[in-house]
Design a protein around this ligand. Structure first.
Ligand SMILES: Cc1ncc(COP(=O)(O)O)c(C=O)c1O
Length: 409
């Protein structure tokens, strides 16, 4: 793929779902091409020349990933994506702590990604005490509630760095200070999957013992991720076997995946400051244009605390699902709720946790930008979305003439 633009077949598409996934960055494609062209295919666990070449690529990739994430290469555990990294962090740390008799308390927030919430549910079924601290209407964790949930027997605290739906950045340094004071035995995990394109994770996640990232959110391949496991943090592995990844993730290593992730991460880090500026400008134009054309549109999450890419808006009286179908027909791809659910319509647990009325939650959509977004995407979105909203409102007025013109809030 030359540059960041899509191949011709996709040119007609306006892709506003970068928080769900991104296309491969050209640098990641080039890394894969280099491996193919140089014939690197070995199993890095072996001892012969072919294996050693693969091992060299794997370890160079790990070094590059470590540099970008602000840790030592030995602290990078490569995983099969963000979900696995979250599972390993939360379950692995809780089980290791209980085995050592340290306690059984697990604390998280109500609006984590399902990878963390389902891991916590599993732990609850195993007899751990799990508390989900609430979040405010601004999309930020309630630090008082979090603090109240912590005690001497808390062994894991998991608070995401950036929320995947509303894009709000969480106060991780404040969370860490609370944890160190009230739950000195606890390991702090942060799901930084949505943070990497927009925040310097090396510093933003520095207070955490465990940090999960996923390559496909920043231009790398799907099914490749990493968990930073800081020295001294104990984990029980989920996947056992040949002892790869310091025994924390057995299985023959995905050398090509690691190389492509490293290349994407390097490119992301090198261009981040400029991209935050550029994409933030696109997002601001998008939201201002939507507000001007749809006066009763509302925004979810505190705009001052969001990453540059996120535009999460609701239109009273318009069902998100119907709007997304209309947008898709017009070649505009967006999302509602979390991208990782099975496709069934369910109200967003994130918006419900933030206290949104159910109708507002069901009227909300996420338009997320990324490195491949350009000005024309915003122009097209502003051409299509207001018209689609007007048509849906007209249709609902026609079927229920008694309804108020803008729908009830
Ligand atoms: C915040 C967050 N955590 C975890 C994940 C899961 O990552 P993966 O898709 O690599 O399993 C996602 C993906 O949507 C996410 O947004």
């Amino acid at each position: 793929v030359p540059g960041n633009r899509p191949p011709a077949a996709l040119d007609a598409i306006t892709y506003l779902d970068h928080a769900a996934t991104t296309r491969l960055r050209p640098e990641a494609v080039a890394a894969l091409d280099r491996l193919r062209d140089s014939g690197v295919f070995g199993n890095p666990s072996g001892g012969h020349a072919v294996a050693r070449r693969a091992k060299t690529v794997l370890e160079e990739s790990r070094e590059s990933i470590a540099l970008a994430l602000g840790c030592r290469p030995g602290e990078v555990v490569l995983t099969g994506g963000g979900t696995e990294a979250d599972n390993l962090a939360v379950k692995g740390a809780a089980r290791a702590a209980r085995t050592r008799g340290l306690g059984d308390g697990v604390v998280t927030t109500a609006f984590e990604h399902k990878a963390v919430l389902a891991s916590c549910d599993r732990l609850a079924a195993e007899g751990y005490r799990v508390t989900r601290a609430g979040v405010g209407a601004d999309g930020v964790v309630d630090l008082d509630a979090l603090g109240r949930a912590l005690d001497e027997r808390t062994v894991v605290v998991s608070v995401m760095l950036v929320n995947n739906e509303v894009g709000t950045v969480q106060p991780l340094a404040d969370v860490a200070a609370l944890v160190r004071e009230r739950a000195p035995r606890a390991v702090l995990h942060t799901d930084a999957v949505q943070a990497v394109p927009w925040l310097d994770v090396a510093s933003a996640a520095a207070p955490a013992d465990l940090v999960a990232v996923s390559a496909h959110k920043f231009g790398g391949p799907k099914g490749v991720g990493a968990l930073v496991v800081r020295a001294g943090t104990r984990l029980e592995p989920l996947v056992e076997g040949g002892g790869q990844e310091a025994g924390l993730r057995s299985g023959t290593s995905d050398v090509a995946g690691a190389a492509a992730m490293a290349a994407a991460l390097e490119a992301t880090t090198a261009t981040r400051a400029a991209e935050v500026e550029r994409v933030g400008g696109l997002r601001d134009r998008l939201i201002a244009g939507l507000r001007a054309r749809i006066p009763d549109l509302f925004e979810n999450g505190d705009p001052a605390r969001k990453v540059a890419s996120n535009c999460h808006v609701g239109v009273p009286g318009v069902e998100a699902e119907a709007l997304l179908v209309a947008l898709d027909r017009a070649g505009v791809c967006a999302a509602a709720g979390s991208s990782c659910s099975s496709g069934a319509t369910e109200v967003s647990h994130v918006l419900m946790a933030m206290g949104l009325p159910r109708d507002d939650a069901l009227s909300s959509v996420r338009l997320s930008l990324g490195f491949a977004s350009v000005d024309a995407d915003v122009t097209r979105a502003l051409e299509v979305i207001p018209g689609a909203v007007a048509r849906l409102r007209a249709a609902s007025r026609a079927t229920s003439p008694a309804a108020s013109p803008s729908g009830a809030r």
